[in-house]
Design a binder for this molecule. Structure first.
Ligand SMILES: Nc1ncnc2c1ncn2[C@@H]1O[C@H](COP(=O)(O)OP(=O)(O)OP(=O)(O)O)[C@@H](O)[C@H]1O
Length: 735
């Protein structure tokens, strides 16, 4: 049986105009005549939606005159109520659910098309969606079954409810603060994907359900987006486990009601960063779903279920039972491209075959013959006896004395069409090794050996006498023995299988954990790489290096990455040296205030640097010790001088005297500079050379500027200039 796909078109929202309606339902002939009569009257466009047909029509965005038509198992237009949709599509599945079939109901569509409205609905009775109605239906039917069977059949309901948010699974019955970063893991269990550690709440009444469901929904991730004020940011999966217990068996089946998050075109959402991350995860999972659908359609060997948690859980085409997809659609033009893509996915989903197989029941009491295929060979003549050990069948009458003259054989009368003796030998044949023990049986038990000898009249009479009661008793006993042995050996076999399964399961879990761990680690590594690239693109080499270094442990043998880190390290070293040299002035000359501020800042910064005995950027970038960075002698001296200057408040002065001195220095006029106190021609020349050198350094760094000394502190750091010289110069300058 294929997945049942039905389309539901929502009504216009307040913000939407009737004139923008582009979706139509109806047959081709109808639609053509309607199209010509529609004209400008938009109410007729809406009337078109009322035509309940199984075809949805939408214009080709590239050629308005052309229409695409998609046929589904059902199409529900804007006028269809919640009750009508439920009655037509969901109510019929309840019967199957209680008969042991799993059911999957899921709403699929673009954001803001009415998935949550369809699945959860509003608070009023009429507005209630599929889920509350489903529960109501299950309870009603359960009560009826219990009543009809006079309490011999009981139905129990238990709920689980979880969301997949950013590809992580979270229990919605648990408060958000209990969530772990990694979420709950998934496991494969007998072909079904299960969520480990999920809570399951027994739920006996509709009222109880409503309380649980409403409370859990407050834990669901929703946010306002431009396209939907209450947009679901996660896929929500409600599991309703139904256990039907009859006197002889227990059947468990589950209905999964899934409200998928909607795909979003981020050119329209104007999502912020957080919404974008959610959106990317939602779109990715829906993309994987579309890929799975396509792969199933194309009968590809590999279906990419495992590429997203949502597709793994949904297991479209892998799950047994019944599957109903509700395709939610918005009727207006602004959704046109998204609607076409949803229609395409839904159309392909319609072709997916699902095995309509009910879940195996569990039988109460000793195992039934049907699950002992090994007995099949001997079962025919013993059927009634075999059945006698089943608690579900009436026990055989064992009182031989009471039936002395009866035919031996309620056990045989039905099935034996052969003489009894032969029957006995038939039964005994497989027991050949035990004949000795039987022949040596205590006097109470007759030996069966004489049966093979020509019978004397007495022994024949004795045998006749025996055969009526004793043989039946013996055979019965023997069969019981055999069955008991088989049950024991089967039990031990089952235990072995169970142990093996558990071992395998554990191994699988370990492997999965490892894979998931590796995937998570890889994803983390990739996100570091991405951030590194972004930093690098912005020219933030230090941060880029840091990110690459964080990514490195996730890609241990990646030569390219190692190379990148090495190159960046070198570049950052080079920059660090540049930063150690005084930085260029921001403005042309700057006001006195800014000069003083700059100067203080520079000193403050340098102070911090000198205390840490290294440059801040270098520490940040992971170079913890001086050894990492070779430092020329003159730089070390400069640092020492700096410390001296900081202790001299005079040198922080930005008085006119200082300003004048700096302007002489920055003029680079050797004739003026050599006139300064304590500076001869040689020193002046050296000083100008030093300033020109600083220019050069800057040009190397692709950041050309003319270096200017902005403070006495900076001046004192120049090659050949000491604190004393600076002080002398300053003293000698006329204010
Ligand atoms: N059949 C309908 N009748 C009346 N209103 C509807 C119907 N379907 C949707 N709406 C309204 O449309 C808006 C969007 O619906 P909803 O939130 O259910 O969309 P969604 O597909 O779940 O969106 P998202 O994927 O962003 O969560 C809501 O205001 C809802 O009340």
């Amino acid at each position: 049986m294929s997945v049942r796909v039905v389309a539901r078109i929502r009504p216009l929202l307040k913000s939407e105009r009737e004139a923008d309606v582009i979706l139509r339902t109806g047959s081709a002939a109808d639609s053509k005549s309607r199209q010509s009569s529609i004209g400008d009257k938009s109410d007729k466009k809406l009337a078109a939606l009322r035509d309940r047909d199984n075809v949805v029509r939408i214009p080709n965005p590239k050629n308005e005159g052309e229409e695409y038509a998609f046929q589904f198992n059902g199409v529900y237009d804007a006028t269809v109520s919640q009750q009508e949709l439920f009655d037509a599509e969901v109510a019929p599945t309840i019967k199957h659910l209680l008969n042991g079939f799993d059911v999957t109901l899921f709403a699929y569509g673009v954001t803001g098309t009415g998935k949550t409205h369809t699945m959860r609905g509003g608070k009023t009775l009429a507005d209630r969606g599929v889920i509350p109605r489903l529960l109501s239906g299950i309870y009603r039917r359960s009560k009826k079954i219990e009543k009809d069977t006079e309490g011999n059949t009981t139905v129990k309901v238990a709920l689980s409810y979880y969301e997949i948010y950013n590809d992580k699974v979270y229990d919605l019955f648990e408060p958000p603060e209990k969530r772990t970063l990694a979420g709950l893991p998934l496991r494969d269990n007998g072909g079904k994907t299960v969520v480990c550690g999920l809570s399951e709440k027994p739920c006996t009444t509709l009222k109880e359900f409503e309380q649980l469901y409403d409370q859990a929904n407050t834990n669901r991730s929703t946010s306002a987006t431009k396209l939907n004020a209450h947009s679901s940011r996660s896929h929500a999966i409600l599991g309703v486990k139904v256990t039907v217990t009859t006197p002889d068996k227990i059947r468990v089946s589950t209905v999964s009601a899934i409200d998928l998050a909607g795909s979003e075109d981020n050119r329209r959402t104007e999502n912020d960063k957080e919404r974008m991350v959610e959106s990317a995860s939602i779109n990715k999972s829906l993309f994987v779903l579309a890929q799975c659908v396509e792969a199933i359609n194309k009968k590809q060997h590999r279906i990419p279920y495992r590429e997203s948690k949502m597709t793994r859980i949904l297991s479209l085409g892998q799950n047994n039972g019944l599957t109903v997809m509700i395709l939610n659609l918005a009727p207006v033009r602004s959704y046109q491209l998204d609607t076409i893509s949803s229609l395409n996915v839904a159309n392909r989903t319609r072709k997916i075959e699902v095995r309509e197989v009910e879940n195996d029941p569990m039988f109460k009491g000793p195992a039934r013959p049907s699950i002992r295929p090994s007995l099949a060979g001997t079962r025919q003549p013993l059927r009634a006896l075999t059945a006698s050990v089943n608690v579900n069948m009436p026990a055989p009458i064992k009182d031989a004395a009471a039936r002395d003259d009866d035919k031996p054989v309620k056990a045989f009368s039905v099935y034996s069409d052969k003489p009894q003796a032969k029957l006995v030998s038939q039964i005994r044949k497989p027991e050949a090794p035990k004949r000795t023990s039987l022949s040596n049986a205590p006097s109470g038990l007759p030996s069966l050996k004489p049966a093979r000898q020509p019978l004397s009249a007495q022994s024949a009479a004795q045998y006749d006498d025996l055969s009526a009661a004793r043989i039946e008793e013996m055979v019965e006993k023997k069969v019981e023995e055999m069955l008991a042995m088989r049950a024991v050996s089967e039990q031990s076999k089952q235990t072995q299988v169970r142990e093996l399964n558990e071992q395998l399961q554990r191994r699988l879990e370990q492997l999965e954990q490892r894979i998931e761990g590796t995937e998570d680690a890889r994803a983390e590594g990739l996100s570091y790489l991405l951030m590194a690239k972004q930093h690098q693109a912005r020219g933030e080499d230090g941060s880029a290096l840091r990110m690459y270094q964080l990514a490195a442990p996730h890609f241990p043998h990646n030569q390219k990455l190692a190379g990148k880190i090495a190159t960046l390290k070198e570049r950052v070293h080079a920059k660090a040296w540049e930063q150690k040299a005084p930085s260029p002035p921001k403005g042309k000359t700057g006001s006195m205030l800014s000069l003083k501020k700059d100067s203080t800042q520079t000193l403050g910064k340098r102070q911090a640097n000198s205390r840490d005995d290294d440059h801040m950027d270098l520490t940040y970038n992971g170079f913890s010790s001086d050894e990492d960075v070779p430092r020329p002698q003159h730089k070390k001296r400069a640092l020492a001088k700096l410390a001296q200057i900081e202790e001299d408040p005079e040198l922080l002065d930005s008085s006119p005297r200082t300003m004048h001195l700096l302007s002489i220095i920055n003029s680079r006029d050797v004739s003026q500079i050599k006139m300064l106190k304590g500076v001869g021609a040689k020193k002046a020349e050296a000083l100008v050379d030093c300033l020109c050198e600083m220019d050069q350094t800057s040009m190397d760094a692709d950041d050309a500027y003319r270096f200017e000394v902005r403070s006495l502190a900076e001046l004192s750091q120049l090659k050949g200039v000491g604190v004393k010289t600076v002080e002398n110069m300053r003293q000698g300058v006329l204010a």
